[in-house]
Design a protein around this ligand. Structure first.
Ligand SMILES: Cc1cc2nc3c(=O)[nH]c(=O)nc-3n(C[C@H](O)[C@H](O)[C@H](O)COP(=O)(O)O)c2cc1C
Length: 164
């Protein structure tokens, strides 16, 4: 898929088929995630991939708007000690690259907010054995889409200022 097409085709998918993602698909998406720009190139993140249904259901239970039937997830874990000021930006860039890569290989995703909500973050950190200085930045639910969503053109001229 052309990059421009993937960017416009990416939509939040909230209905999934039961298929698990493969190791190869995981590698592809995480390669894209780790290719994102990073302040000072600190790359203050790691990724936890969950295909275990029981564990994933428990994680979803802490996400008020993440209780969709996706059978897979990637959690983007920020290292706040490594890059105290920029870890959130870096995790956001990595998250978006993962979403676009998933679209490119025919998978659906939805980005579920974890940070900055302590009531979502803390129990999931505990569940996954994260360090004190780590934050769960995003919960990306992933799978084969069981709904179709149109690509959109979100361009709005009134949001743009061109100087010079
Ligand atoms: C930071 C962030 C947090 C989000 N959290 C959730 C969430 O918890 N649950 C959900 O269903 N969608 C969530 N979304 C997805 C947005 O609702 C979605 O991107 C937006 O409605 C636009 O739709 P689209 O992704 O299909 O273009 C989140 C998106 C972002 C960027």
């Amino acid at each position: 898929m052309e990059l421009k097409d993937a960017i416009l085709a990416r939509r939040s998918i909230r209905k999934y088929k039961p298929a698990k993602i493969t190791d190869e698909q995981i590698r592809t998406m995480l390669q894209a995630g780790m290719a994102a720009p990073s302040g000072c190139n600190y790359r203050p993140y790691r990724f936890i991939v969950v295909r275990d249904e029981k564990l994933l259901d428990e994680i979803k239970s802490y996400s008020p708007h993440g209780k969709y039937n996706a059978p897979n997830a990637i959690l983007v874990i920020g290292d706040t000690a490594r890059s105290p000021h920029m870890w959130g930006n870096d995790c956001g860039a990595a998250t978006e690259n993962i979403l676009l890569s998933a679209t490119d290989i025919g998978l659906g995703t939805v980005w579920c907010a974890m940070y900055p909500f302590a009531d979502r973050n803390e129990p999931v950190k505990k569940l996954l054995g994260c360090k004190d200085y780590e934050e769960i930045y995003s919960l990306i639910l992933i799978g084969v889409p069981d709904e179709e969503k149109e690509a959109r053109d979100p361009y709005q001229e009134e949001r743009v200022t061109v100087i010079g």
